[in-house]
Design a protein around this ligand. Structure first.
Ligand code: GAL
Length: 413
């Protein structure tokens, strides 16, 4: 959200990006595909319509594949965009909360609206129209037969920083809202060594916390929130091959990303968590590829685009390494992710990966668009290359290069 972070990083992807001017031209609609797009074309940044002819309204979203159907969930951005005084310093424009949309499709091109599956509710504090309800992600729990949604819940000024959960017995909803929390209150993370935990406890008992955080400045915000629970803003969900679910979220004033293991029913946190990135990353989009765990993230520049990066680890609670730009090259338009911010990496039915991102319009959020690209899994580290128009049919009919992406983020193959 707020902390600018323009560290320059290299990329594993081979090509270089378009100049920024060309990317801006795309945003302004100056550059369009020359020939008429084929019926299964993905044309990023243009308005996409559902089967009823209405613009698809599913931002900051996620995808679930269940029983042969793809479900796309997202924020409904609707109504007038305003900049409340309390967000003026960082440009936090808003629309009233209306609900979470759900669309269904079997070809990822033609989308049927399944309606508003978590609507605004004036009697539920977290779901009032003045609240922030962002980045909904839905997973299916095979043990309980329930669909579980985790979502960023916040006050209009983003200071509450909570994560909320809702449950449904059908992928098409409606979802029943269960509440929101700041996770892991009073719990030490996996990356905190035992002697440090003891030192922290002693400092607390002796009222010497300020001295402790001066000694460990990178733990200051974590220590502040230790008793009441850690902040949880932008969120991503991942279900591993063994059915265990994990939530990734931007914590500690967005400076640090956390990953938390969820309970067997996916409805709560187990208390096992780790702090995994420390350079102000958000929009976490986890996936697994050829047995390795990956995470695509954005930097923290609010609605403004920045460089998307890819991180990996050999275990969810292992060491996460930043590999640099997720977009081919990291110059020009690639350095601002072709004017987009990651929302989700979806595993398709054929084990290919689809990168879903938002092209936000901060002055008219309802007019925000989508950027979708196939993930190149044949490169050393998965990456995306810019393509304005491409055929979804080809992606759906091709097989995964060099190995299958089994049981990936929020998808039950
Ligand atoms: C972004 C975040 C979005 C939204 C926005 C508000 O950084 O990823 O989901 O919260 O900030 O400015």
């Amino acid at each position: 959200m707020r902390v600018p972070s323009f560290l320059s990083v290299s990329s594993y992807c081979p090509r270089r990006g378009l100049p920024v001017a060309a990317a801006l031209a795309m945003l302004l609609g100056v550059v369009r595909a020359g020939a008429a797009s084929p019926p299964d074309a993905i044309d990023s940044g243009t308005v996409w319509f559902d089967r009823d002819g209405r613009p698809v309204n599913a931002h900051g979203g996620g995808m679930l594949f269940h029983d042969g159907t793809y479900y796309w969930y997202g924020e409904i951005k609707q109504g007038q965009t305003t900049l409340p005084d309390y967000n003026a310093s960082w440009g936090g424009t808003r629309v009233p909360f209306v609900g979470v949309s759900c669309y269904s499709s079997t070809d990822l091109v033609h989308w049927k609206s399944e309606g508003n599956v978590l609507p605004v509710d004036p009697v539920v504090n977290d779901l009032r129209s003045d609240r922030v309800v962002e980045r909904p992600k839905v997973v299916y729990n095979a043990k309980t037969g329930r669909f579980v949604m985790w979502v960023h819940i916040d006050s209009g000024d983003y200071k509450e920083a909570k994560t909320g959960v809702a449950v449904a017995s059908s992928a098409r909803g409606p979802f029943r809202y269960l509440g929101a929390i700041r996770p892991n209150a009073g719990v030490f993370p996996e990356d905190m060594p035992e002697p440090m935990r003891r030192e922290f406890e002693t400092a607390r008992q002796d009222n010497l916390m300020e001295a402790w955080v001066q000694k460990h400045p990178e733990w200051r915000t974590w220590a502040r929130d230790f008793s009441a629970g850690q902040m949880a803003r932008d969120t991503g969900l991942f279900v591993d091959d063994d059915g265990t679910a994990y939530q990734f979220y931007a914590s500690e004033e967005n400076a640090v990303l956390h990953v938390s293991r969820l309970s067997a029913d996916y409805l709560s946190h187990t208390g096992k968590y780790r702090r995994i990135t420390f350079d102000s990353r958000e929009a976490p989009t986890p996936f697994k590829w050829k047995g390795r765990y990956y995470l695509v993230t954005s930097g923290c520049t609010g609605w403004m685009p920045n460089s998307s990066r890819i991180h990996s680890a050999d275990a969810i609670f292992g060491e996460w390494k930043n590999h640099g730009s997720f977009f081919a090259g990291d110059t020009g338009a690639a350095s601002v992710s072709y004017l987009s911010q990651p929302a989700f990496v979806a595993a398709l039915d054929n084990h290919r990966l689809l990168f879903m991102a938002d092209r936000w319009n901060k002055d008219d959020l309802e007019d925000s668009r989508y950027v979708w690209l196939p993930v190149d899994g044949s490169s050393v580290i998965p990456c995306v290359e810019w393509r304005q128009v491409w055929a979804m049919r080809k992606l759906l009919s091709s097989s995964a290069p060099g190995g299958a992406a089994s049981k990936l983020s929020a998808v039950t193959p």
